[in-house]
Design a protein around this ligand. Structure first.
Ligand SMILES: [Fe+2]
Length: 398
């Protein structure tokens, strides 16, 4: 297609077949930005949200923006219990190659330093630890969360993901040293609670700044370019696997501490799901698109792409669920406050009997539930594939 980038909203000038000699990576910096959607905020400064009964309202919001927030999907007891569970995981973890005696202690901020803290630079915690804990399983089989995913997919036969936790340390005015214990769930640190300690800013604790990405391959997903199917190997691989069956792919965050704009959290490009196909038609003319069009189910936005300037921070209350279309570029943005950011990644997807290794999954989960004495509800048995879905069960749910 030469050096002339076509208008991003039309198909004009886009060749039927890509010719490697004409790939053009400057296409990203030359392309015009997509229209930015203004987000509605409520009086307390959080992005507009809905309650679980406002089904038509939240579906309409999702249709327009490509994401939606539903409030109070879990209660305070579950919020507090979940936060305690993440701390327990952090305290039990040893950083790779770290010393056994160097572990995180929630009551000693000197142990939150980079040499000890086990989270990754993106603010995500956990691997196999995601299989451990009463609340992580309780949340994954929560009926409110199921109903939101079910309504957005227009499908009842869903499976729940087994995904990780999100955790960001505070980075502003952190009192350094032994903190008061007092039994309170630790969500914030400040000079008021620890007047005797020297407070310090910790820019070195910030997570990666802007890493907008898709958890799918946009060109393969939209059918713009051929790709290779992604094989399921383990839980994390399954979470990132994607096949476009026409029903969409949704992702979710269960938020556990109020996340205001300064606290770090989730950001995305609202409304981009409506432009993805046009975008892919344009960008398939680039080397970047070609390189990312085969095996990858995690694709970063090109560094020169104006999309990087269009990401918006999504402020959200504790106990709320954010669900977004995987067609939106998204990432975590860093913490710039004295509060922690804590969340659980939960998503649901169409049951895939026959498409993945259900027997192994059932065996693993049966063992996990028995060992940990986890209460699995009738709904949970379907969502964790211990039992097949059957239509007679729905009447007890809806
Ligand atoms: Fe992602």
């Amino acid at each position: 297609m030469g050096n002339q980038a076509p208008s991003i909203m039309t198909e004009e000038g886009i060749p039927e077949e890509s010719d490697p000699a004409t790939y053009d990576d400057t296409i990203y910096s030359k392309s015009e930005p997509f229209p930015v959607l203004e987000l509605p905020f409520d009086k307390e400064g959080f992005v507009q949200s809905f309650n679980v009964e406002q089904i038509e309202e939240y579906k309409a919001f999702f249709e327009k923006y490509g994401f939606v927030i539903v409030d109070k999907v879990i209660d305070q007891e579950a919020i507090d219990g979940s936060i305690e569970e993440v701390w327990a995981i952090l305290e039990a973890s040893t950083k790779l190659f770290g010393k056994e005696d160097e572990k995180v202690n929630r009551n000693d901020s000197n142990t939150w330093v980079n040499d000890i803290f086990p989270g990754n630079p993106m603010g995500i915690v956990g691997g196999n630890e995601c299989l451990r804990g009463k609340y992580c399983w309780q949340n994954r089989q929560n009926p409110n969360i199921y109903s939101v995913f079910s309504n957005l997919y227009g499908s009842k036969t869903l499976w729940s993901s087994i995904d990780r936790w999100g955790f960001m340390r505070p980075t502003k005015n952190v009192p350094m040293g032994k903190l008061p214990e007092g039994g309170k769930v630790r969500t914030e640190v400040n000079a008021e609670t620890s007047p005797d300690l020297e407070a310090k800013d910790h820019p070195d604790w910030k997570t990666k700044k802007l890493w907008l990405h898709w958890d799918l391959n946009p060109w393969k997903w939209t059918g713009t370019q051929e790709g290779v199917d992604y094989a399921f190997k383990d839980f994390i691989t399954e979470n990132n696997g994607s096949k476009n069956d026409g029903k969409g792919k949704l992702q979710g965050i269960l938020n556990l501490v109020d996340s205001r704009v300064g606290d770090g959290g989730f950001c995305c490009v609202p409304g981009f799901h409506r432009h993805l196909k046009d975008y892919c038609k344009l960008t398939r003319c680039s080397t970047f698109a070609q390189k990312n069009s085969l095996n990858y189910s995690f694709v970063n936005v090109h560094p020169d792409d104006p999309l990087n300037q269009q990401a918006q921070k999504i402020s959200v209350r504790a106990g709320s669920l954010i669900v977004w279309s995987s067609e939106l570029p998204h990432c975590n943005y860093p913490n710039d406050s004295s509060r922690f950011r804590v969340n659980q990644y939960i998503k649901m997807f169409e049951a895939q009997e026959g498409k993945t290794n259900t027997d192994i999954r059932r065996k693993i989960l049966d063992e996990v539930f028995e060992k940990q004495n986890i209460q699995v509800t009738d709904l949970g048995k379907k969502l964790f594939y211990l039992e097949d879905w059957d239509t007679s069960f729905w009447s007890s749910l809806f």
